[in-house]
Structure formats: structure tokens, C-alpha cells
Design a protein around this ligand. Structure first.
Ligand SMILES: Cc1cc2nc3c(=O)[nH]c(=O)nc-3n(C[C@H](O)[C@H](O)[C@H](O)COP(=O)(O)O)c2cc1C
Length: 324
């Protein structure tokens, strides 16, 4: 049957599956493996400098035999790093979390497909106004950063589809298996972006403890909060919180963010605990669909499995299995 959509045709890929540009987890190796499996692999360049970008994109450019891309954080990335990335001729460039305008002249001049990640309706309007080629519509189930007052994927995606007209929409947040991919295709999305699921691959640049924690936890073990951003001194704007696995600092400081922001000794205690190995070096960013992840699977194989599962789910939902 195949899962051709306007997005697969636009970017020139086989499956409507995109791996999220996860800062700290998605380097060139993961992006290349996803792309070689027929999805679109995105390097998570986050706010990295041009030197990091050049190193990771050299890896993906050498290993990927098919289209690949890269993503940056609009609130913190340097225009020079984005320009360096475009020299590697990615098929797609994703921007999210902040004003994309400073980067647009370079992206437009390059011919890369522009993906803009949106977390609320105001961001949807902005993304359409600046001419996004694709909207990545992120629901609040998602792992990592997202809207403080987010909407769930199941309701947010159709609301955006009704507004987006001909602009293709990818759904992100809470999708970790083929059933989730099938569900968002049924809503009318042109594909799905998965982050947490691709974190549990050997190609993701996370350590074994993260793999084990992601495989063991359930959605109920995740929480959306600014506490861990504040306590580790991250510069993330507060309008985006992050969904992470449980952490002792969340129990200690939940609903007391303003107080925490002024408490330098709490921040020192946190970094001391990280140094002593009592806390993980970074929070473990993970989404609610983590229930559906219990194994670490090579990324290329994962893409193929997700596509096959989604096709089967859509056949099942249409009753085609019983009829054939
Ligand atoms: C470990 C991790 C790191 C992430 N880092 C970024 C990032 O640097 N930039 C970004 O735009 N989104 C980032 N995200 C969010 C993803 O783009 C995406 O919206 C999210 O993973 C989708 O939800 P899911 O995790 O349920 O699949 C990250 C997500 C995770 C899980």
C-alpha cells in the first residue's frame, strides 16, 4: 500500500516519518540512519556553533544516501551556524521555539524545505505569515520543550489542519509506534515527527542509563515543568516548559519556580549533585508515549517497523483485513 503523502513527495522520501532534531541526542549518525531507512532524519543542532554543525553535518552528508535535514532553536541559534548548515545542502531545515525571521533569507536562498515547529495557535499564525513550507504541530504529550499551556496532539492537529490550507502538517508529540502514526495520518496530517522513540536507538547520542530509563518508564512518570531549566541555569524562555522523566528536584520545587529562580544555593546544590553523579548530567527528556517503548532498536529498522505497523493499523481500521 505505501504511505505516500504530500510531505513524502515534497521532500522525496519513502515513509512519512521524521526523527526530531533533538539537541544532545540527534547527531549525524542518527539522522543518516533514519534517512537511509526511508524517513527524514534531522540533526538536532539546537544552539550549537558552526564548528559543531560542520562536524555533525559532515557525518550525515557522508552516510545518508537519501534526503536529510537539520533543526535549530530560533531563540538561541546563531545565523552563522544556520548558514554553515546550509552549505551542506540539507533537504529540509527546521526552526522552532522563537522568531524564525532572522534565518529566513539564508534558508530561502538555499532551497531547503522550511519546517516550522509550532506549539500554539499564535505560533501557527506566525508560521503561516512567514511562509512555512511545512508546519510541525507539537502537542503537549511531547518529550522535551513545548508550550506551557499546550494542547494535546489529537485536538491541536485537526484545529491546525483546518487553518493551514494547503500547507502540509506533521504531527509531533505522543507518537511512538505505528498506531500513533496511523492515527495522525487519519486526522489528515502528512506525517509524524517522533523524538522520544528515536532517543531509544543505538545511534542516539545518549548514554545507556537514558536508554534504560526510557525503556522502563511510563507516561505517568513524565512531567512538564520549568524547574529543571531554572535549576540548571538553562536560558530557555519560560513560555516553554519541558517534559522530562521524574527528578527529585521536581518534588522539591514544584510550583515554586519564582522562589527557585532567586535561590543560588539551590542551583549550586543541584550542580554539585550532578558533579557527584547523584543526578544525571542532563534531565531525561521524554514524552507521554514512553509506555510504548521498551526496547532499543536500530533507527533504520525502527523506521521500517513504524511504517509497516501504520499500514497494518490503517488496514485494520478500514476493515480491509476482514474483507480480503
Ligand atoms: C530528548 C529530546 C530533545 C529534544 N530537543 C529538541 C530540540 O533541540 N529542538 C526542537 O525543536 N525540539 C526538540 N525536542 C522536541 C521534538 O522536536 C518533538 O517535538 C518531540 O520529541 C515530539 O514528541 P515525542 O517526544 O512524544 O515524540 C526534543 C525532544 C526530545 C525527546
Amino acid at each position: 500500500m505505501g504511505l505516500r503523502t504530500v510531505f513524502t513527495e515534497l521532500v522525496g522520501i519513502r515513509h512519512p516519518i521524521v526523527s526530531a532534531p533533538m539537541g544532545g541526542a540527534a547527531g549525524g549518525e542518527l539522522a543518516a540512519a533514519v534517512s537511509n531507512g526511508g524517513g527524514l532524519g534531522l540533526v538536532g543542532a539546537s544552539r550549537a556553533d558552526a564548528a559543531w554543525v560542520a562536524d555533525e553535518l559532515a557525518i550525515v552528508a557522508a552516510r545518508a544516501e537519501k534526503p536529510w535535514g537539520v533543526g535549530f532553536l530560533s531563540w538561541g541559534a546563531e545565523v552563522s551556524a544556520v548558514e554553515r548548515a546550509l552549505e551542506f545542502e540539507p533537504a529540509a531545515l527546521m526552526l522552532g521555539f522563537g522568531d524564525p525571521r532572522p534565518f529566513l533569507p539564508a534558508v530561502r536562498a538555499s532551497g531547503a524545505v522550511l519546517l516550522l515547529q509550532v506549539t500554539d495557535m499564535a505560533e501557527v499564525e506566525d508560521a503561516l505569515a512567514v511562509g512555512a513550507d511545512v508546519l510541525v504541530v507539537q502537542g503537549s504529550e511531547s518529550g522535551g520543550h513545548g508550550a506551557r499551556q499546550g494542547r494535546s496532539t489529537l485536538t491541536f492537529v485537526p484545529a491546525v489542519l483546518d487553518r493551514a490550507g494547503a500547507v502540509p502538517v506533521l504531527a509531533a508529540g505522543g507518537i511512538a509506534d505505528g498506531r500513533g502514526l496511523a492515527a495522525v495520518l487519519a486526522l489528515g496530517a502528512a506525517g509524524a515527527m517522533l523524538g522520544t522513540r528515536f532517543q531509544a536507538t543505538p545511534e542516539a547520542t545518549v548514554n545507556a542509563a537514558v536508554h534504560a530509563a526510557v525503556a522502563a518508564a511510563t507516561g505517568a512518570d513524565t512531567e512538564r515543568s520549568s524547574v529543571l531549566d531554572i535549576i540548571r541555569g538553562a536560558q530557555w524562555p519560560r513560555r516553554w516548559t519541558a517534559r522530562t522523566l521524574h527528578h527529585p528536584a521536581l518534588d522539591r520545587w514544584r510550583d515554586r519556580e519564582t522562589e527557585l529562580a532567586q535561590d543560588d544555593s539551590a542551583k549550586r546544590d543541584y550542580s554539585d549533585a550532578v558533579r557527584r553523579g547523584e543526578y544525571p548530567p542532563e534531565p531525561i527528556w521524554a514524552g507521554e508515549a514512553i509506555d510504548n517503548i521498551d526496547t532499543v532498536v536500530p533507527a533504520r529498522e525502527l523506521v521500517e517497523t513504524l511504517a509497516a505497523e501504520a499500514e497494518a493499523a490503517l488496514r485494520r481500521a478500514s476493515g480491509a483485513d476482514e474483507l480480503s
